[in-house]
Design a protein around this ligand. Structure first.
Ligand code: G1P
Ligand code: ZN
Length: 543
């Protein structure tokens, strides 16, 4: 039971500013790799002595072994206790909740989010802090520095913990609580939403399919949708977490959740469809014959949140990431509450939520959430939609049509160009940034540029400044194009082009999305000169 100190080589771990470390699983399995990250984290937070942590992950390959390692390292580093999801499972939002509920000092979440899992796919780890949210930039900088100088890690030699039995165990002085991963989360959801109303919606024949994509939300969705809310058995598709997510990408978008999309696009399809990602923080919302963009979903949830008990006294404000469409700004304006535009990444919402400046926030990448935890929360978004549908007794399509009639419609799509050679991407961006000051009033594909800038964010709570957060081009037509390089891609550079076209309340809201964005899209390609820097003509993914 005595801690042993094992010499280790420094390695470049989590990059400063990112909220986790993602690598190929085989790299994580190399001796000392995961251990480096965990020890560096303990060192960066001033040691683990006397502290408590939450541990769990999305069930992908290596999840169970990683959980055992972290438990033994916590014990060796003098932690007082750990709370572990049964089977080593915890969704990201549930982990965030457990950290807050039990007032722990933070938690380790094992996931590479929507990336595929398996021995030849991806693994990941992130540390969340005592507020339940992703590590701040200051902490990730500290962790990164530690990984560069670390020379040993501490671990106890002990038998593996039984992760399957709900139980209280111990290693030396450290207690290990194995908890039901769903229970406390379900109680939280029941405190926010009118379960009675949603139950009667289902008992009156409302039909739904939730695609858990073989990932962690399966048990959550079954316990809440089928067992607590009475949705019929079979509502949850792909509901058993598997180590390789059924060999798919657990990424809730029309491309990867195609089976669900096809079902929803049938005239005799279910009333409502939803999906969530590997670790349960993202969501996709779809009605019969109606795909709801994440940006629109954020706006509709904000406009209708007061219909759910947890938000009946209204919202304090709404935050969206910069590339997310302006639809939620229009809602905030009408409600007379604050609206905030932050850089991409959930961690920027944390300060606004902690300070009570916003209640709801979201990103175009299928992340929506509120101040109930400090992560985006896939099932939360689904339940808020259900609560709204139960109150309004309208179809998703008619709720969207009403919304656009009131606020106008922000047609929206993201085009991704993946695995671009990094040097080509860098040259392309240097060229783009170099000409930003000369773009105003120039015309591209019939679109006149109103203004162009590189987005930087001044955090209104702690005063910190984050620069170079993407390029924004505003057009006179009410269109916008945004360019960013992905921070999570694993191969070369991923260029994301975010396209938006606003059509006012009295305009035509029935256009096909890509058609509505045609000019803005062509103008964006002309401005960034994609074809002169790369050999690309078509995006790899359009969402
Ligand atoms: C992507 C999404 C971003 C999200 C992040 C983590 O980052 O675009 O909204 O916060 O994953 O889930 P990106 O690859 O664009 O840097
Ligand atoms: Zn995720």
């Amino acid at each position: 039971m005595n801690p042993i100190n094992i010499p280790t080589q420094p390695f470049e771990g989590q990059k400063p500013g990112t909220s986790g470390l993602r690598k190929k699983t085989r790299i994580f399995m190399e001796s000392g790799y995961l251990e480096n990250f965990v020890q560096a984290t303990f060192n960066a937070i001033g040691g683990a002595k006397g502290k408590t942590f939450v541990i769990g992950g999305d069930g992908r390959y290596f999840n169970d072994r990683a959980v055992q390692t972290i438990i033994k390292m916590a014990a060796a580093n003098g932690a007082k206790g750990v709370i572990v999801g049964q089977g080593g499972l915890l969704s990201t939002p549930a982990a965030s909740h457990l950290i807050r509920l039990n007032k722990t000092d933070g938690g380790f979440i094992l996931s590479a989010s929507h990336n595929p899992g398996g021995i030849d796919e991806d693994f990941g780890i992130k540390f969340n802090m005592a507020n339940g949210g992703p590590a701040t930039e200051t902490l990730t900088n500290g962790m990164f520095e530690e990984t560069k100088t670390i020379s040993a890690f501490s671990i106890v030699e002990a038998a593996n913990i039984d992760l399957l039995a709900i139980s209280r165990q111990s290693i030396g002085d450290m207690t290990i609580e194995i908890v039901d991963p769903v229970e406390d989360y379900k109680i939280l959801m029941a405190s926010l939403f009118d379960f009675e109303k949603i139950r009667s919606l289902f008992s009156n024949g409302f039909t739904m399919r939730f695609d858990a994509m073989h990932a962690v939300t399966g048990p959550y969705a079954k316990a809440i949708l089928e067992d607590a809310l009475g949705a019929s058995k079979g509502t949850v598709l792909n509901g058993v977490p598997s180590e390789d997510f059924g060999k798919g990408h657990p990424d809730p978008n029309p491309v990867w959740a195609k089976e669900l999309m096809d079902l929803m696009m049938r005239d005799d399809g279910p009333d409502f469809g939803a999906a969530s990602d590997g670790d349960g923080d993202r969501n996709m919302i779809v009605g019969r014959n109606t795909y709801v963009t994440p940006s629109d979903s954020l706006a509709v949830l904000a406009a209708n949140a007061h219909l759910a008990p947890g938000y009946k006294s209204g919202l304090s404000g709404i935050a969206r990431s910069m590339p997310t469409s302006g639809a939620s700004d229009l809602v905030a304006e009408k409600l007379g509450i604050g609206s905030f535009e932050t850089p991409t990444g959930w961690k920027f919402f944390g300060n606004l939520l902690d300070a009570g400046k916003v209640t709801i926030c979201g990103e175009e990448s299928a992340g929506t959430g509120s101040d109930h935890v400090r992560e985006k929360d896939g099932l939360w978004a689904v339940l808020l939609w259900l609560n709204i549908l139960a109150e309004r007794k309208q179809s998703v399509a008619s709720i969207m049509a009403d919304h656009w009639k009131e606020f106008g419609r922000n047609y929206y799509s993201r085009h991704d160009y993946e695995a671009i050679p990094s040097n080509a991407a860098d040259r392309m961006f240097a060229n783009l940034i170099g000409k930003l000051n000369n773009l105003a009033s120039k015309k591209f594909a019939g679109e006149k540029v109103q203004s162009a800038d590189e987005f930087s964010y001044h955090d209104p709570v702690d005063g910190s400044v984050s620069e170079h957060q993407g390029v924004r081009i505003f057009f006179n037509s009410g269109g916008r194009a945004v360019f960013r390089l992905s921070g999570t891609g694993t191969e070369g550079a991923t260029l994301r082009i975010y396209l938006e076209q606003y059509v006012a309340a009295n305009g035509d809201h029935t256009l096909q999305t890509q058609l509505a964005l045609k000019n803005v899209s062509q103008a964006a390609l002309d401005i960034i000169e994609l074809t002169s820097f790369t050999d690309r003509t078509q995006p790899d993914v359009m969402t």
